[in-house]
Design a protein around this ligand. Structure first.
Ligand code: PLP
Length: 456
């Protein structure tokens, strides 16, 4: 294999990376990943690293599954590509649509395929507005999202997202998108119980709808558990109250399940765990465990009926909508999730075990709070024991203690992500109890190293 330095030099000379400071990259050189097996990665220097982030929240079935490469190989030989425009289709796309309908909540009987989560959310923006046009209410065009949300990097995805750092770049976003606060109890819940705060935070949606005028609002969108914003697990009262408010005004409820879908929270879809019935679900990542890019929108009967019966053409779609090879990969991925009962294991066994073991990190001198939901978890680094956050949970605050800690995580052979002062994980769903013990041990060692550096 070409040596690491040559790859790093070519990388920094020619490869513009997403969300990366290229000056720093040129100075240090990128870490070059060369192999994956189960929950582990190897870099070009031979280091074995436990992947606490499933790649980018996506490798749910773990790395190195040869049945995935076999399925992709077979489909590439049979039919590597055909489009699904203008009354044509292909077998894996049809089979996948039918299987997705089987594993999703009962209100879903239709699927629109995209190439990514961002494209799924762009599709949702156009689809909800098309829905209201077909209902002869085109003025219902405003979509309400949340601060600190992440919905992708296309222009509509970035506009739906609520991270200040993204809004500050790239010029004006898509008009008709507004944001309310996120349900972060640690940041906003002073003087309230968690349940009270959940109702209060959902109430911000009601207030905003009344300000905008209910007849102008098309939809509300949110991640069941906010992921990239820092694994913000809402109080259990939050989502049912959001559902009640959407129903009261007749506005569409959209769940962005690009992270939460396909077992991440120990349910097929996070909205089931949160006790809500969204009209649309955005998915990607876990649908193929990231082996091949694929995304899409589960379209509930309320919207699908209007689009199919009143709609005529929906002038929207992608070259790769229903890509046969990506769909073949998704079919095999979902077969593995079902046959190995990975979703059930997270729900009944490894999810609760992770909660216990990860939660015990609360005792560490540098940890103010640690929580998890299924197979996402986060802990807050603190100055002083008793506090809940070091500074503020902010996406742009990446240069602080979180980044120091992230470096020590790497040094201790584990990938953990820093979101400001919050350290987060989303491990592969195949992770066993023993592997959870190993992961938590590595996290503890990295916290010790971080504390030692802070004391120096
Ligand atoms: N929505 C959520 C909740 C995400 O976490 C992401 C990516 O991390 C996206 C959308 C965008 O997906 P993609 O990167 O596949 O475009």
């Amino acid at each position: 294999m070409t040596d690491t330095r040559t790859i790093q030099r070519l990388d920094s000379a020619h490869f513009l990376h997403p969300f990366t400071d290229h000056k720093a990259l040129a100075e240090h050189g990128a870490r070059v990943m060369v192999k994956g097996e189960g929950i582990y990665l190897w870099d070009s220097e031979g280091n074995k690293i436990l992947d606490g982030m499933s790649g980018l929240w996506c490798v749910n079935i773990g790395y190195g599954r040869t049945s995935m490469s076999d399925a992709v190989y077979r489909q590439m030989q049979q039919l590597p590509f055909y489009n699904s425009f203008f009354n044509t289709t292909n077998v894996p796309a049809v089979q996948l649509a039918a299987l997705l309908v089987q594993v999703s909540p009962p209100q879903f009987n239709h699927v629109f395929f995209t190439g990514s989560g961002s494209e799924a959310n762009d599709t949702i923006v156009r689809m909800v507005r098309r829905y209201w046009e077909l209902q002869a209410q085109p003025e219902r065009h405003i979509i309400i999202s949340r601060k600190n949300a992440y919905h992708g990097s296309t222009i509509a995805g970035a506009s739906l997202g609520g991270m200040a750092g993204m809004h500050a770049q790239g010029g004006p976003g898509v008009p008709g998108i507004v944001h309310i606060g996120q349900p972060s109890y640690l940041e906003g819940g002073a003087g309230m119980s968690e349940d009270e705060f959940g109702i209060a935070a959902a109430g911000w949606l009601d207030e905003r709808i009344r300000e905008l005028g209910p007849d102008n609002v098309a939809a509300f969108i949110g991640e069941p558990v906010q992921g990239a914003g820092g694994v913000i697990i809402p109080p259990k009262t939050y989502w049912p109250e959001i559902q009640r408010i959407c129903d009261k005004y007749g506005i569409l409820l959209v769940a962005d399940e690009v992270i939460c879908g396909f077992g991440r929270l120990g349910s097929w879809f996070g909205s089931e765990l949160m006790g809500i019935k969204p009209d649309l679900i955005a998915f990607a990542k876990g649908v193929t465990s990231g082996y091949i890019p694929l995304g899409g929108v589960l379209v509930g009967d309320r919207v699908a009926t209007v689009l199919t019966e009143k709609g005529g053409d929906f002038n929207h779609g992608f070259t790769y909508s229903g890509h046969p090879v990506a769909c073949a990969a998704a079919l095999e991925n979902i077969r593995i999730l079902i046959d190995e009962d990975l979703v059930g294991k997270v729900a009944r066994d490894t999810g609760p075990y992770l909660k216990e073991k990860f939660g015990a990190l609360r005792e560490h001198a540098l940890v103010g709070h640690a929580d998890s939901c299924g197979f996402v978890a986060g802990l807050n680094l603190v100055h002083t024991k008793g506090a809940t956050v070091f500074d503020n949970i902010v996406f742009d605050g990446d240069d602080g203690v979180g980044m120091i800690c992230r470096g020590y995580m790497f040094a201790n052979g584990i990938i953990m992500r820093a979101v400001g002062d919050r350290m987060i994980i989303a491990p592969p769903l195949v992770m066993t109890r023993d592997e959870i013990d190993e992961m938590v041990g590595r996290i503890r060692a990295a916290l010790d190293d971080t504390l030692a550096e802070l004391k120096r």
